[in-house]
Design a protein around this ligand. Structure first.
Ligand code: SF4
Ligand code: SF4
Length: 68
């Protein structure tokens, strides 16, 4: 079992321009802006669980780790 990042959509401020998690994630195409939902979304199959996105997120507890 391992953990991956998941964005709490109600808390994400990506619609207002935040992209911090996307900038800090070292894995290509793993966390990206969803223009339909207007939030950041993690591709859980690609996430390596490094938690850099949590460290970079401007909203406390907006990104959480969940067990796969
Ligand atoms: S935990 Fe690491 S690999 Fe996964 S989305 Fe966050 S920064 Fe990217
Ligand atoms: S850093 Fe946090 S608030 Fe900003 S886009 Fe990513 S998940 Fe949303």
């Amino acid at each position: 079992m391992y953990a991956v990042a998941r964005v709490t959509e109600e808390d994400c401020t990506a619609e207002k321009g935040c992209r911090l998690c996307i900038v800090v994630c070292p894995e290509p195409d793993t966390i990206d802006y969803d223009p339909i939902k207007k939030v950041a979304v993690v591709n859980e199959e690609r996430c390596k669980g490094c938690i850099l996105c949590i460290a970079g997120c401007s909203v406390q507890k907006c990104i959480v780790m969940v067990d796969m």
